[in-house]
Design a protein around this ligand. Structure first.
Ligand SMILES: NC(=O)c1ccc[n+]([C@@H]2O[C@H](COP(=O)([O-])OP(=O)(O)OC[C@H]3O[C@@H](n4cnc5c(N)ncnc54)[C@H](OP(=O)(O)O)[C@@H]3O)[C@@H](O)[C@H]2O)c1
Length: 268
């Protein structure tokens, strides 16, 4: 497993982490992923998987970088503090490594939310502050609302089929040392080849690159995300075998011409 710096923090996180939305795999897939170095686990109060994550990391918490999220309907000052407390209870833990705002809420001033997030860091309950589904303009506002700590990450939709963030978010995050955590990096499994009865033109290119590299389409799709600066991926799998497969998307590189062929097959 290769690691990348989280924002400008000096903290190293794996380039393949473990998503847990709709996760029903029990402890084994997560523990296998952690064993393979994919020690970043992403959950959220919304997913109702924090308790399963808490069980899976029992006894190995020190090896794990734990990320969770506060719902956008809980962004008032007191609600943020309560949500963090509730998450920690479910996770059976006392520190969240990365606490993310799940999505912006225009009805709550960001300065109020960030005051709560920064207070959680001061109290030692949260180590780093991140956001999710924030545009460049929303990120700027969030950064301006912070007094003592930086925004270290933005978790956003990114995969071969959904490349919109390349227009402005990727360069902005590179310039501002903000890690992009790519969610749905397999297009919810659609890039894995599992459901291709008849591959279309684009998936034929993905299949050809997979063949050329000796990797699976899923591994190529994940590795393609990683060809971008500042990006890490958090695929979700309920299966040990597919978790291993996803972890093995790290540690090698597509060539420039393979990346170019995929860019061309899946234009923005
Ligand atoms: N911040 C947000 O708003 C937001 C939104 C969506 C997702 N997320 C985060 O991002 C994570 C990943 O996104 P996602 O769950 O939407 O989609 P994804 O990771 O792109 O795809 C997950 C789907 O792909 C299948 N899969 C996984 N690995 C595979 C492989 N190697 N070969 C074939 N199929 C494979 C999984 O099935 P099996 O489980 O059966 O393997 C599952 O059906 C989430 O779990 C969550 O943590 C965040």
């Amino acid at each position: 497993m290769e690691y990348r710096e989280l924002g400008g923090t000096g903290e190293m996180v794996p380039e393949v982490g473990l998503g847990t939305w709709k996760y029903t795999g029990g402890s084994e897939p997560l523990r296998k992923g952690i064993e393979l170095g994919a020690n970043l686990i992403d959950t959220a109060e919304m997913y109702r998987t924090e308790d399963a994550v808490g069980v899976a990391i029992q006894g190995i918490r020190d090896k794990v970088f734990l990320a969770t999220k506060v719902l956008s309907s809980h962004l008032r000052y007191d609600a943020v503090l309560k949500a963090a407390e509730d998450s920690l209870r479910l996770l059976n833990d006392d520190v969240i490594d990365l606490y993310q705002i799940h999505s912006p809420n225009p009805g709550v001033p960001i300065i109020e939310t960030m005051r709560a997030m920064e207070d959680l860091v001061d109290r030692g309950v949260v180590r780093y502050i991140g956001v999710s589904n924030f545009s460049v303009a929303q990120l700027r506002e969030a950064q301006q609302a912070m007094n003592r700590y930086p925004v270290v990450s933005n978790q956003v939709l990114y995969n071969l089929k959904r490349r919109q963030i390349e227009r402005d978010l990727v360069p902005y995050c590179v310039d501002n040392k903000i890690t992009i955590m790519a969610y749905t990096p397999l297009a919810a499994g659609g890039l894995s080849g599992r459901s291709w009865l008849m591959p279309d033109k684009r998936s034929a290119v993905l299949a050809a690159v997979a063949e050329e590299t000796g990797k699976t389409p899923a591994q190529v799709a994940l590795n393609w995300c990683l060809s971008r600066p500042n990006v890490i991926v958090i695929p979700k799998s309920n299966s040990v075998a597919r978790t291993i497969e996803n972890c093995e998307a790290s540690g090698w590189l597509l060539t420039a011409s393979q990346v170019a062929a995929l860019d061309q097959a899946y234009p923005i």
